[in-house]
Design a protein around this ligand. Sequence first.
Ligand code: FES
Length: 110
Amino acid sequence: MKIHVTDQSGVEHELEGLDGWRTMEVIRDWGLNIKAECGGACSCATCHVYVEDGWFDKLPPPSDDEEDLLYSTLDKKPNSRLSCQILLSDELDGMRVTLAPSAAKDSEAA
Ligand code: FES
């Protein structure tokens, strides 16, 4: 399966994903600019992405913890999610996400 990730510079990357992996792990392991400070424990919000092109509605709703963290970010949009909370599956083959500015390794905002 593949996911399409646009980085903070606007460059699109097609990444090979694995069923059952977290979207954050794929983005991080392919070396894109994602801080993911807490390693996927849903406690940092530095894996913030915007889910594009109708894929947002295919995702299970966020937990209360994820919602709270998203509200703490300065660049939240209606299609914001934490990428460590998006588990990949065949249904998400082709998903498009864009890395939020606050997910960058050198970002001060989280
Ligand atoms: S990596 Fe910390 S909340 Fe996703």
